[in-house]
Design a protein around this ligand. Structure first.
Ligand code: NDP
Length: 388
């Protein structure tokens, strides 16, 4: 099974087939339904007011995405076939990887095609089902994308276990939580007393990294954007220290927070923050390379002070271990992740914060903001409330 296939399975995947050519709109513009739609919908037994909305990739961004790169479309709600069910989206997860899918540059996963529904993990309720194991009213986690309804044959969605708020399956008990767990424990391997540094520390992945580091007896030092995020990271999440990367003199403050150097640097951001961290790495430090969000909107690589020969010499002389990973590399460990992290959440040893945006229409603006650091916690779109 490929990495992307596994990702699809982990969060589920289905893009509803057989949808009619949609009426199209710009954001906020009323959409006119096509002629002939009303009669067909009456035949299908769908109330006149019920349409589905979806957001498609209208064009590929150059640099920072703009609202013009997205297009809102409205179309009839699809009807489930004999072995299908109709899913109504309740929650959509917004994640940094979506910027990569908007680009045609080679990567570990295929890009979203122009005109295709934007990709995304979702929590949905089953509103009509011809799939015996998913009764109407079931709640499932899937990958049905930026749309209010989707069809599924059930093969790549999973029922959400009632372990707290259902949307946790998109965050701490889903893909971002597993990324933190696997990257830190399998690659970072923090030992008690060691120093673990993570940037984007108040976010979905970074917040879990630091809290697991603490559970393992390590010193957790976060880097985050702004005093509010830093206060949350230390006072609520219990990190030992947090440094505001927007304030001046980052290198001196990082050195003060890491008097014994850095043993594990969980790389979420790259760029200028990595350049400040790099000289503080201890011999035998481990660097799980999880994400490079500072570069996702970049149109070219800017040369920094770390030149390749210096990097190579440090890797050799300090015996550093850098390892890039994609969460899907660890699909076989899903059970371990759920066992441990759900217990830690239940015991209150892992806390998390959600940043909730209301309404599918606001997803493009929220994704643009995520890539600027405007979110505070796991970024979610509440697409609809459960029907009961
Ligand atoms: P977050 O919830 O942490 O949100 C992103 C955060 O990144 C922002 O809040 C901001 O935090 C920081 N950020 C954004 N732009 C910049 C910038 N230009 N410079 C510095 N910081 C910036 O997102 P996630 O927890 O979902 O993802 C964190 C990282 O993990 C990303 O790089 C993502 O791609 C990666 N990832 C990798 C996976 C894998 O399988 N390898 C899976 C999931 C995520 P602040 O304001 O504090 O700087």
């Amino acid at each position: 099974m490929s990495a992307t296939q596994w990702m699809d399975r982990m969060v589920g995947f289905h893009r509803g087939p057989g949808e009619a050519t949609p009426a199209m709109s710009a954001f906020g513009v009323k959409v006119e339904r096509r002629k002939g739609m009303a009669r067909r919908r009456q035949k299908q037994g769908i109330a006149m007011t019920e349409t589905t909305e979806r957001i498609v990739l209208a064009s590929r961004p150059v640099g920072e995405p703009t609202l013009d790169n997205f297009r809102l479309e409205e179309l009839p709600i699809p009807q489930p076939g004999p072995d299908q069910m109709l899913l109504r989206t309740l929650w959509l997860s917004l994640d940094p990887y979506m910027r990569g899918r908007m680009s045609a540059a080679p990567s570990y996963a295929k890009p979203v095609g122009i005109g295709d529904v934007m990709e995304g993990g979702t929590i949905s309720e089953v509103v009509a089902s011809n799939v015996p194991r998913f009764a109407k009213g079931s709640v499932v986690v899937g990958h049905t994308g930026w749309q209010t309804y989707a069809l599924s044959d059930g093969s790549s969605v999973q029922k959400v276990e009632p372990r707290g708020p259902i949307q946790a399956a998109l965050g701490v008990l889903g893909m971002p939580g597993m990324t933190a767990y696997m990257g830190l424990l399998e690659i970072g391997k923090p030992a008690a007393g060691e120093t673990v540094v993570v940037a984007a520390a108040s976010g979905a992945v970074g917040s879990v990294v630091g809290q697991i580091a603490r559970i393992k007896g390590a010193r957790a030092v976060g880097i985050a954007g702004g005093p509010d995020k830093c206060r949350y990271v230390t006072e609520e999440l219990g990190f030992d220290a947090c440094i505001d990367h927007r304030a001046p003199d980052l290198a001196r403050r990082l050195a003060a927070a890491c008097p014994k150097g850095i043993d594990v640097y969980f790389e979420n951001v790259g760029g200028a923050i990595f350049e400040v961290v790099f000289p503080r790495l201890n011999p035998f430090a481990r660097i799980p390379v999880c994400g490079l969000i500072t570069m996702y909107n970049a149109t070219s690589l800017t040369p920094g002070p770390i030149l390749l020969p210096h990097l190579m010499r440090a890797i050799l002389t300090k015996r550093l271990t850098f390892r890039g990973f994609i969460v899907s590399d660890f699909f076989g460990r899903y059970g371990d992740f759920m066992h441990d992290v759900s217990a830690w959440v239940g015991e209150g040893r892992i806390k998390y914060r959600e940043d909730v945006v209301e309404g599918l229409k606001n997803a493009p603006r929220a994704l643009i903001g995520l890539l600027r650091g405007e979110n505070f916690g796991k970024l979610l779109v509440r697409v609809a409330y459960p029907s009961s």
